[in-house]
Design a binder for this molecule. Structure first.
Ligand code: NAG
Ligand code: MG
Length: 479
């Protein structure tokens, strides 16, 4: 066993003195611990002063407390770091923050603006369209932009006008023109751009002065993260979600403010605490909802007004991302501790009744939902109904329902029996090219955009999968 250094020097037989170890003066002891000759000359500190923690003796005999200052400084910094911990929700807010502009990106000249005409114009397919500022505010207000999308890399939000975008915009236009309700589900592989197409549908609605009810994440309604309560006198019991209803009203107030101001009530609403004479602006009614506890009746009143027959209401879009979460049992429990089916949540129910065709929008409009392949659970009934519809549209062969699978859900099948499916697939090469030209013009792509570069990136991105192309090209540049 080795003897530790400190001990060894005590054990070393002293050659200079014969003082017994117990009464060795401090200075001598210190010298014997040291391996440097400097400290050997260390004088005792002046009376009444504590010895400096570490002193350095300069050649002239001056003493400088070297490290001490730094130690103090270091401590100070440490205290600054020990600031208050983030408030509840602050981390999440940061994670979910969407930055829509990058001042380091080059402005792209000559982009056309997105407009009601451009969205249905065959000439504009394959072009990048810049979102007008007012629309950006509306989309931001309803949280239609997602933090996973690449907005923060470009100067101004712009979207590729795909052929499916035009198809969807035309369907919406036709439905509204005939006073009918388009019921459509966007399907497609992962990262193919489903949420982006949904955002374009929402954009089309705002640009055409529709009322929009947008649910950015179906999951938020069903994963038991917002409060709920049974609604009296409903059988089977339905549940209200007041906090979420308030959020929807806030979305509406921000994004559809002008429209709501012009629309006037046609019902007297004796059920509301406040008195709103017939002819009150809908914005005033919507503004009456201030806190979750009093929101539910107001939410219902606003919906009743907006869907009033013969009152000359504008078309409405109900849009939802992450369809599979509202097409299964929710994570909420009933008082008997059974899982509540999502369709018994009143907000979801309204959406589902429109999708199934049970209720109709009197002035027409659309229900558009996007499936999500990222984090959503498998949903056999939803997938079956989508596949059946795709087969009907000639996009694939008839799917087979597994005879003994008990995970099928009749309510879901009933809700989705009569829908249209828009199957989103890869971008074409010409679409890819205009996207890459936009990236290059923004200063994000260093290579020349020629036939070969487009082919390369197109192939690299899983043959034109939009998200894969972005990943392969843009996200390697993220810092
Ligand atoms: C509920 O869904 C939201 C939105 O997707 C998510 O941020 C949240 O973490 C989920 N909460 C739970 C308890 O799963
Ligand atoms: Mg998505």
């Amino acid at each position: 066993m080795s003897v530790p250094n400190g001990l060894r020097c005590l054990l070393r037989p002293s050659t200079t003195t014969s003082i017994p170890a117990r009464i060795v003066p401090v200075t001598v002891l210190a010298a014997s611990f040291s391996s440097t000759s400097l400290l050997g000359k260390n004088p005792l500190p002046p009376k009444g002063k504590a010895p400096p923690s570490r002193v350095k003796v300069l050649p002239g005999g001056h003493i400088r407390a070297g490290k001490k200052m730094q130690l103090g400084k270091f401590k100070k910094n440490k205290q600054v770091d020990r600031s208050r911990p983030p408030a509840p929700g602050e981390r999440k807010a940061y994670r979910k923050r969407v930055t829509l502009s990058n001042n380091n990106a080059l402005p792209v000249e000559g982009l056309e603006e997105m407009s009601p005409q451009a969205m249905v114009d065959p000439e504009k397919v394959g072009r990048m369209l810049a979102l007008p500022n007012e629309l950006v505010d509306q989309l931001r207000a309803v949280e239609a932009f997602k933090p996973t999308q690449t907005w923060n890399m470009f100067r101004q939000p712009s979207i590729l006008q795909r052929k499916e975008t035009r198809e969807l915009a035309e369907k919406m236009q036709a439905a509204a023109g005939k006073g009918e309700t388009l019921k459509l589900v966007i399907s497609g592989d992962r990262l193919v751009g489903k949420s982006m197409l949904l955002l374009q549908a929402v954009s089309y609605a705002y640009l055409n002065n529709w009322i929009v009810f947008h649910i950015p994440e179906g999951q938020e309604l069903t994963n038991a993260s917002t409060d709920y309560a049974p609604i009296p006198n409903t059988a089977p019991t339905q549940y209200s979600q007041q906090a979420y209803a308030l959020r929807i009203l806030q979305f509406l107030r921000k994004a559809n403010q002008k429209l709501l101001l012009d629309l006037k009530t046609v019902f007297p609403h004796p059920e509301l605490v406040q008195h709103f004479p017939v002819g009150t602006s809908l914005l005033q009614v919507a503004n009456a909802a201030k806190e979750p506890d009093s929101t539910w009746p107001i939410f219902n009143a606003v919906l009743q007004e907006l869907t009033a027959e013969g009152a000359g209401r504008p078309p409405i879009l109900f849009s939802l991302d992450g369809l599979s979460f509202v097409m299964k049992a929710s994570e909420y429990r009933s008082p008997a501790f059974e899982l509540i089916h999502s369709h018994d949540l009143s907000i979801v129910r309204r959406f589902v009744d429109l999708l199934s065709g049970k209720t109709k929008l009197p002035s027409g409009g659309a229900v558009v939902a996007a499936t999500s392949r990222g984090n959503s659970p498998r949903n056999p009934s939803m997938e079956l109904m989508i596949a059946q519809q795709e087969a009907k549209q000639g996009l694939r062969e008839q799917p087979v329902k597994e005879p003994y699978n008990r995970k099928y859900d009749d309510r879901v099948e009933a809700a989705m029996r009569d829908i249209e499916v828009l199957r989103l697939s890869s971008v074409s090469r010409s679409e890819a090219r205009s996207l890459m030209e936009y990236w290059a013009a923004s200063g994000l792509l260093r290579t020349a955009v020629d036939e070969k570069a487009v082919s390369d990136k197109w192939a690299l991105g899983g043959n034109g999968n939009l998200g894969e192309m972005e990943r392969a090209t843009l996200l390697t540049m993220r810092y």
